[in-house]
Design a protein around this ligand. Structure first.
Ligand code: OGA
Ligand code: MN
Length: 297
């Protein structure tokens, strides 16, 4: 096996070469990718030209997959799977069901803009996500990069007094909180009900590295047991600290890249591009975190 991990940033993120994900991988390769992910938290595997089925098969090596709810596609309209057959694939594109570029006022376009906020996938779920895998099928000539921040490095760098203040704190996370920040997308009653909020500790130990990490970002609305505005101000202060340039790696996508990130110890955000003139077609699989979260106190 000649899998090689080359760092992309002084603190985290690596490029992995020497593996072909279009075929089933052996256990040694599976473990080697896991070890690289535990260390680097963001890994990019270039030149993987995968069909959706191959991406799904590889993703399943690491746990059960979340199903895409097809948000922004009103019930009764074209079926959610018209462009992409598999509900295990989240459609991270600016395309409609027929493959045409979305109009700026399309509800799905408004929903997608939520990805431009620093976030961690599915933190609004009780069973949130371990890894996400994003496969680049088409990328615009400029813009549309993804930024990642390492929340283990950010936690390590916090002043000791802040670390003590955060001990045992729990935040409430809601998809509608993050979507409301940008305005635009108004959920249906059914969508609202199918995505209730969830609670998670603000500082958690990342199982793969044993390091502590901040678990916050756009879906985190307030702190349990603290006045709403005070909790919000604390979360905003932590976000500002954790997204300083020294903690951020910016990835410029090439067609065939498979980017994998660990949502438990990173945050990410999309950067803008010319959405009405260029196609950006990325497809995401998301692995469900089935580990029960143990709350202190
Ligand atoms: C995602 C996401 C960012 C991007 O797929 O979960 O946030 O740059 N993507 O598309
Ligand atoms: Mn995301």
């Amino acid at each position: 096996m000649d899998l090689v991990a080359t760092p992309l940033h002084p603190l985290f993120a690596a490029r992995i070469t020497g593996v072909d994900l279009s075929k089933p991988i052996d256990e040694g390769t599976q473990r080697a990718i896991e070890r690289a992910m535990d260390e680097y938290a963001v890994c990019v595997l270039p030149d993987q030209h995968l069909e959706d089925e191959q991406q799904i098969a590889f993703s399943r090596c690491y746990g059960p997959l979340e199903m895409s709810p097809g948000i922004g596609r009103k019930p009764g309209e074209v079926p959610a799977n018209a462009r992409i057959k598999h509900r295990e694939i989240f459609d991270i594109s600016n395309l409609d069901q027929s493959g045409a570029i979305l109009g700026e006022n399309n509800p799905r376009a408004a929903f997608m803009r939520g990805n431009e906020l620093w976030h961690t996938d599915s933190s609004f779920r009780r069973e949130a996500a371990t890894w996400s895998m994003l496969h680049a099928k088409a990328v615009p000539p400029a813009g549309g990069d993804t930024e990642f921040a390492d929340t283990r490095a950010a936690y390590d760098a916090l002043p000791e007094a802040m670390k003590r203040r955060l001990e045992g704190l729990v935040a409430e996370h809601s998809l509608w909180h993050s979507r409301a920040r940008l305005g635009g997308y108004v959920p249906t009653e059914e969508e609202r009900k199918s995505h209730p909020s969830a609670r998670h500790q603000v500082v958690r130990r990342h199982p793969g590295s044993g390091r502590k990490a901040l678990y916050i970002a756009a879906h985190a609305s307030h702190i349990i047991g603290m006045p709403i505005e005070e909790g919000r101000a604390l979360l905003a202060e932590l976000m500002e600290f954790a997204t300083q340039p020294q903690f951020v790696y910016r990835h410029k996508w090439r067609v065939g890249d498979l980017g994998i990130w660990d949502n438990r110890c990173t945050m990410h955000r999309a950067t803008p591009f010319d959405v009405t003139d260029h196609v950006r077609d990325l497809r995401r699989t998301t692995i469900i975190d089935t580990t029960p979260e143990v709350f202190a106190g």
